[in-house]
Design a protein around this ligand. Structure first.
Ligand code: MG
Length: 405
């Protein structure tokens, strides 16, 4: 059975969008346009097979931008809406009847309810088994008062059997299309939602369970609240960076490797303490966040870094991640050398790196290999290190996104 979703996003929504120029359905919440959340939440429902969005004729550009962060193959081409919500829904229904003639049910949803829960959609679809229409609703909690023209209460209305209607409103496709076509001929009638049209056409429409998470974002206050509640979980993306470093041996009695000093018959030569492992990892983290490399931030030409402890470089890279509201997921270092033996020091190295990065030890990998006597490491001329790091960054902090603002 084909169930189509129709998202109405053609309104101008000026009540919530007064602070900026774009309609509220394109306003960013937690790093994604509101419409992208609505699309993603409906798309995540396995029973919904197609999603069509009705947009305003001026909104092709913000729509294209919105769907880049709502990747789904369920989306059909957008439909340009009419001058009223009702006309927009009819345009959408006509488009679905042409593109997907076998559609059994349609769920008509407001773009301004971006966080529609999975079970609310479930409830509407189940109710359509026995009803021609169904809508999620919440019982009215507030007492209703009627006033006169002076603002004085004339009546307290009983609130039993009164409900606050939400969307998606689900209907069997053929009768709701017919009802909308008929309703469009009665311009004297005012219908505030699709269920009102269904009722007017004599369809039976049932109530299913609504949700507080499914409230409509109407005012700028609602928008601020939605942003606030989603701030704890902004949209993150995973970044990966790699690093590589080499230092040669010189006369000495110990080497610094991965944050610890190990007795050895030679030392590693370099401007700083020459901790080749930490240098490679510093570059990996800088690479993951696209912020240059260790030589750029700590130039060897600067005497300030002469003999410097390399944990300073690594901690600086970690701070750059924190400054972007990101976090390091894991780091992995491979040392290439014939000697010293790394195995006996591995756990202490892991602990040292974990402490510098302020992450758990289990997120740090330290490995070593010889190069079978081959090459400069095989000839014991120096030590090479490779590293990779993965970082979670808020999507909003990425340059492509900020270009669109
Ligand atoms: Mg180096």
């Amino acid at each position: 059975m084909t169930i189509a979703a129709l998202i109405v996003a053609a309104g101008r929504g000026t009540r919530a969008a007064s602070a900026n120029s774009q309609p509220k359905q394109y306003t960013s919440i937690g790093g994604k346009p509101m419409l992208a959340h609505s699309i993603a939440n409906l798309s995540a429902h396995s029973k919904i097979s197609t999603i069509t969005v009705v947009i305003h004729p001026d909104d092709h550009a913000p729509y294209s931008n919105a769907i880049t962060s709502a990747a789904t193959d369920k989306l059909t081409a957008p439909v340009v809406g009419g001058t009223t919500r009702q006309a927009s829904v009819l345009s959408g229904l006509e488009a679905i009847s042409k593109s997907h003639p076998g559609t059994a049910h349609v769920l008509i949803h407001d773009a301004a309810r971006p966080f529609v829960p999975h079970d609310v959609v479930d409830g509407v679809i189940s109710a359509l088994d026995v009803n021609e229409g169904a809508l999620p609703a919440l019982p009215l909690a507030d007492t209703l008062k009627r006033t006169d023209l002076d603002g004085l209460i004339t009546e307290t209305l009983p609130r039993a059997n009164l409900w606050r209607a939400q969307t998606p409103q689900g209907f069997r496709f053929a009768p709701i299309l017919t009802a909308h076509r008929e309703a469009s001929k009665h311009t004297d009638k005012e219908f505030t939602d699709d269920a009102a049209i269904a009722e007017w056409a004599g369809m039976n429409v049932a109530i299913s369970d609504g949700s507080r998470d499914n409230e409509k974002i109407t005012t700028s206050e609602d928008l601020s609240l939605a942003k606030l509640t989603t701030t704890a979980e902004p949209a993150f993306e995973t970044r990966i960076g790699t690093g590589f470093d080499v230092h040669k041996f010189a006369a000495g009695s110990s080497v610094w490797l991965c944050g610890i000093e190990i007795p050895h018959e030679q030392r590693l030569d370099g401007h700083s303490d020459a901790d080749v492992g930490l240098h490679a990892l510093t570059d990996a983290i800088l690479g993951a966040i696209g912020d240059g490399d260790i030589g750029q931030h700590f130039p060897p030409s600067n005497p300030k870094w002469k003999g410097a402890a390399s944990h300073l470089f690594l901690r600086d890279a970690a701070q750059r991640v924190t400054d972007r509201q990101g976090r390091i997921i894991n780091a992995d270092i491979t040392l290439l050398c014939e000697a010293p033996k790394i195995g006996p020091h591995r756990e202490v190295m892991q602990a040292a790196v974990a402490e510098i990065l302020s992450i758990e030890i289990a997120r740090i990998g330290i490995k070593a290999t010889t190069t079978e006597g081959l090459g400069f490491t095989g000839r014991r001329e120096g030590i090479a290190a490779m590293a990779s790091a993965s970082v979670l960054l808020p999507v909003e902090m990425t340059p492509t996104h900020s270009r669109n603002r």
